[in-house]
Design a binder for this molecule. Structure first.
Ligand code: SF4
Length: 60
C-alpha cells in the first residue's frame, strides 16, 4: 500500500484532491487536506497527487 503524505506547509486547501478522489482525501476544518484512504477507484493515487497545484501530495 502506498504511503501518502500531505505537506501541510504547502497545501492551500484548494480541495482539488478531495474533489478528484474523495475516498482518499478530505479537506479538514483547518483548511488543509488530510489522507483518509489510499484508493482512488479508476485513477491511480499518483495521478491524483500529480494534479495538486502546489505538489503537496507525496506518494512513496
Ligand atoms: S490539491 Fe494539493 S493544495 Fe489542494 S487541497 Fe489537495 S493537497 Fe491541498
Amino acid at each position: 500500500m502506498p504511503k501518502i503524505t500531505i505537506d501541510r506547509s504547502l497545501c492551500t486547501g484548494c480541495g482539488l484532491c478531495a474533489s478528484l478522489c474523495p475516498d482518499a482525501f478530505e479537506v479538514g476544518d483547518d483548511n488543509i487536506a488530510k489522507v483518509i484512504g489510499s484508493s482512488c477507484g479508476d485513477q491511480s493515487i499518483e495521478e491524483v497527487a500529480s494534479q495538486c497545484p502546489v505538489e503537496a501530495i507525496k506518494v512513496d
